[in-house]
Design a protein around this ligand. Structure first.
Ligand SMILES: [Zn+2]
Length: 221
């Protein structure tokens, strides 16, 4: 049986080979939006991040769309329509640990093989990653599951025809963030290294950070 590290390395390597991924941290996103070098961006975060969800922009007038749903999924809540209508140039999948939804989802998938999950999700590495995590209650394993979930969603995006087309034209770039509550650090996926790299929340030092106005939220469940 393959282990979680192998499964992670495998998906990280596949994403690194995918041309649309690029390193982008919170400050780069905020600065890009404010300066106009990024015209429009979207962040898709997990619902149960609560107050841990850091807002990543310093100006209300910028074109930033925040989606929050359980599992930071892109194929729900009008994301694709927004991506097209607002000409989104950057998408950040933003996961975290500890994530109650990840545990709930893992249990549901492994124990019940629920029909709510796609065939992609029920077969292959994801199921194996969840099975391994459920056998252990180790915090570091669940952190890895959280990071894996971000990459899994990015890979699903990369394989979506509309997104793949936009990426291949250089119109869209995909990014992965992971908030590790245990270390209180933001980790950013660096596709050139095929791994998450710990970043200090640079915007924490900025006096102009603010949370997203409610109208940007697209909730679910
Ligand atoms: Zn969560």
């Amino acid at each position: 049986m393959r282990n979680l590290v192998d499964a992670f390395d495998d998906i990280a390597f596949r994403l690194s080979n995918f041309g649309g991924g690029e390193f982008l941290d919170d400050l780069q996103l905020s600065d890009g939006l404010v300066s106009g070098s990024i015209a429009s961006a979207a962040v898709i975060a997990c619902s149960d991040m609560g107050w841990l969800l850091r807002y990543v922009c310093s100006d209300e007038s910028v074109n930033l769309h925040l989606f929050q749903n359980f599992g930071h999924r892109f194929d729900t809540g009008g994301f694709l329509e927004t991506m097209v209508d607002s000409k989104v140039e950057r998408v950040v999948i933003y996961g975290h640990s500890p994530c109650e939804y990840a545990r709930f989802r893992a249990r549901a998938m492994v124990e019940h093989r629920s029909s709510d999950f796609s065939n992609d999700e029920k077969s292959g590495d994801l199921l194996e990653v969840y099975s391994l995590a459920l056998e252990s209650d180790d915090q570091s394993i669940w952190q890895n599951v959280g990071r894996y979930n971000v990459l899994f969603e990015l890979m699903k995006m990369a394989e979506h025809p509309a997104i793949e087309a936009a990426c291949s034209k250089g119109m869209l770039k995909l990014h992965g963030w992971f908030f590790n509550a245990e270390s209180a650090q933001l980790e950013v996926f660096d596709s050139s290294k095929a791994k998450f790299v710990e970043q200090k929340f640079k915007l924490d030092e900025s006096a102009i950070v603010r949370f997203l106005p409610g109208e940007g939220l697209v909730g679910e469940r």
